[in-house]
Design a protein around this ligand. Structure first.
Ligand code: ADP
Length: 194
């Protein structure tokens, strides 16, 4: 099963993808996490990505498609995987189609977490205070200014993926404003039908 999570920053993609990954024993491929790991490791990709991420822009389609393509060739992705944060542009969606077609595979479904954008900055502020309370480091792009930029980038470059996947007949919308457990329950139900 190949599942794509779609939704603006702070919609809960990471939380829900982690839940489904554990429950169904399929890996969660988060391009944000992979890029942050590349930065921490000081690799070439990390060095190119750092400034772009910190200002809230998107890393190049070629770089992210490259890391995703390599990752899904690993044996743990054989029975399926969850994509969290990819594709993020129409070009990336075309790249994903080509990558999957080359491996004889196909997207099972695309889950759009629909949220009220007005609530997202409040969620961000809670995420920052919770991270601080735990003693965790706050992500360098998790501040109100960069977050607003990421929301704008989402509207401009990622939101067009909703009609793109709707036209392919694989898009499922989920009310992401419900409590976390209710969102998970909706996703579970939808995936059972996928
Ligand atoms: P969020 O979903 O909260 O915005 P992510 O962890 O998914 O956070 O992504 C953080 C940053 O990593 C993005 O703002 C972007 O700069 C970069 N990034 C992640 N995925 C992609 C992608 N598919 N294409 C381009 N850039 C990406």
């Amino acid at each position: 099963m190949i599942v794509v999570f779609l939704g603006p920053p702070g919609a809960g993609k990471g939380t829900q993808a982690a839940y489904i990954s554990a429950k169904r024993d399929i890996p969660q491929l988060s391009t944000g996490d992979m890029l942050r790991a590349a930065i921490a490791a000081g690799s070439d990709v990390g060095r190119q990505a750092k400034a772009i991420i910190d200002r809230g822009d998107l890393v190049s389609d070629e770089i992210v498609a490259g890391i995703v393509s390599e990752r899904i060739d690993m044996s743990d992705c054989e029975s399926g995987f969850l994509l969290d944060g990819f594709p993020r542009t129409i070009e990336q969606a075309h790249m994903l189609d080509r990558i999957l077609a080359g491996k004889g595979r196909d997207i099972s479904c695309v889950l759009e977490l629909v949220v009220d954008e007005g609530a997202l900055v409040d969620r961000l502020n809670s995420r920052i205070s919770e991270a601080k309370a735990r003693g965790d480091e706050v992500r360098s792009d998790d501040n109100v200014e960069t977050f607003q930029k990421r929301l704008g980038v989402y509207q401009e470059q990622t939101a067009p993926l909703v009609p793109f996947y709707e036209a392919k007949g694989v898009l499922k919308k989920i009310d992401g404003m419900q409590p976390v457990e209710a969102v998970s329950a909706d996703i579970d139900r939808i995936l059972d039908e996928c």
